[in-house]
Design a protein around this ligand. Structure first.
Ligand code: PLP
Length: 434
């Protein structure tokens, strides 16, 4: 299957080109040319399938023409080394826990899949030069990408992060790995890190010498596999005998996660409607209300992985529904959860149900609590483990939050990082010398 650019000014490309390029030349985002509807009997029997089995069916619908079934099965099985359990929280509200992967956030799924897919292409094509993955991070993306790509032959990852601006828990997840992962501690802000990565992709000399690629959520290999766990949520609802209309609420920043859910819906997954939960950065909600998309500088909030003022995947949503505002508002509603709501929601939910939310999941839970109608069952995506935001959560609930063992393991490791300034020449010299 080929991939087209949402701007439609660039040629269609193969899966491999779309993955290696990330962004199309016309600065559009790649989309699959076809979204296959899955057969009725797949949905009728889904409750009998394992997470890996149903995900292979979904993956085949996208990647089955390019990758032989045995190789694809290996990629899927290897990616999904953990479950995404559906946990009842209150009344008809369920939490789809996406934090059981190595770095305790949903980004593990997309990052692991992309790493394995790239590894497959490298082997198959006999690509000789190492592929260099550059990723700028304010915390979560760096850890998921670094861990996803760890030990994948032929790929070197450079994680750029702002010195002194990433929490210790986050930092240890990408600075202690070694091997093919290098952490670059930049004397600047997250925006400086992102500017360095962007400048590297635009530098023709660098691109002649090195094979550069990016691993952020605009990459099709990162965002499409996120459809897998929407099917898994549905299978678990079927097993629990839940009837009625299903509403899925997605805490959203760059909107990659929601877009994957919309794609699952287009493949036939019976979801009645979606809610996009924003924090104070509610550009999408404003679009739904007014029909006008007006990017804003991002505001810092407690749900910091959603502090996005110009969501990169918004164009994909427009593209999926032919830019039709009324089609979009019929299927998706919006929600804004300011910091004081997040605090109140984490506290109340913990006291009333014993379930501990993280600040991002809290936006989702809050949206469902206020918007669910009778006869509807709500599922919110719990996108990260609360322990990743230990200080914030402990301050809210006035209780200690236990750090899971796999997170503690990272904290035992030795920090290794290379300090660089925020000037491009220094960064470029470093990459060329490597
Ligand atoms: C990245 C992230 C989000 C936002 O996901 P998008 O796909 O960018 O909308 C939400 N919660 C957590 C914990 C994240 O790391």
């Amino acid at each position: 299957m080929n991939y087209y650019s949402t701007n439609r000014q660039a040629p269609v490309v193969t899966l491999e080109e779309a993955v290696l390029k990330g962004l199309a030349e016309d600065r559009g985002l790649y989309m699959p040319e076809k979204i296959n509807i899955l057969p009725d009997d797949f949905f009728e029997n889904i409750s009998k399938l394992t997470f890996r089995e149903m995900s292979l069916v979904v993956a085949s619908a996208f990647f089955g023409e390019e990758i032989e079934q045995t190789a694809l099965k290996e990629i899927v099985d290897d990616t999904l080394s953990f479950e995404t359990p559906l946990v009842p929280v209150k009344d008809s509200i369920y939490s789809l826990e996406l934090f059981h992967g190595p770095t305790l956030a949903f980004k593990d799924v997309g990052a692991r899949f992309m790493a394995r897919l790239l590894g497959y292409f490298i082997k198959k094509q006999g690509i000789k030069d190492d592929i260099i993955v550059l990723v700028a991070t304010s915390g979560d993306t760096g850890s998921a990408v670094a861990n996803g790509f760890l030990d994948v032959d032929g790929i070197n990852v450079y994680v750029l992060y702002p010195k002194g601006k990433v929490s210790a828990i986050q930092e240890c997840q990408f600075t202690t790995l070694g091997k093919n992962i290098t952490a670059l501690e930049i004397d600047g802000t997250f925006d400086d890190c992102q500017a360095l990565v962007k400048a590297a992709f635009l530098d023709s000399e660098l691109n002649e010498k090195l094979r550069l690629t990016s691993a952020n959520s605009i990459n099709v290999a990162r965002f499409l596999p996120q459809a897998f766990y929407y099917f898994n949520a549905y299978a678990q609802l079927c097993r629990a005998g839940v009837k009625g209309d299903i509403v899925v609420c997605v805490p959203s920043g760059n909107f990659g996660n929601l877009t994957a859910g919309l794609i699952a819906h287009k493949m036939g997954l019976p979801i009645k409607r979606f809610i996009a939960a924003n924090n104070q950065n509610d550009i999408f909600l404003q679009y739904l209300l007014t029909g006008i998309y007006r990017p804003q500088p991002s505001i810092q909030t407690l749900a910091n992985a959603m502090d996005v003022g110009n969501p990169s995947n918004f164009v994909r949503i427009l593209d999926l529904y032919d830019h039709n505002h009324s089609t979009i508002t019929q299927l998706i509603s919006g929600y804004c959860c300011p910091d004081d709501f997040i605090r109140q929601t984490v506290k109340t939910c913990y006291e009333e149900t014993g379930y501990l939310l993280d600040p991002h999941g809290a936006c989702g839970y809050s949206a469902l609590s206020e918007n669910l109608r009778t006869n509807e069952t709500g599922v919110f995506l719990e996108t990260a483990h609360p322990a990743k935001f230990k200080d914030t959560i402990e301050d809210i609930i006035q209780d200690t939050v236990e750090i899971p063992e796999r997170l503690q393991e990272f904290m035992k490791g030795q920090k290794q990082s290379i300090s660089l300034g925020k000037d491009f020449q220094g960064f470029k010299d470093y990459l060329v010398r490597k």
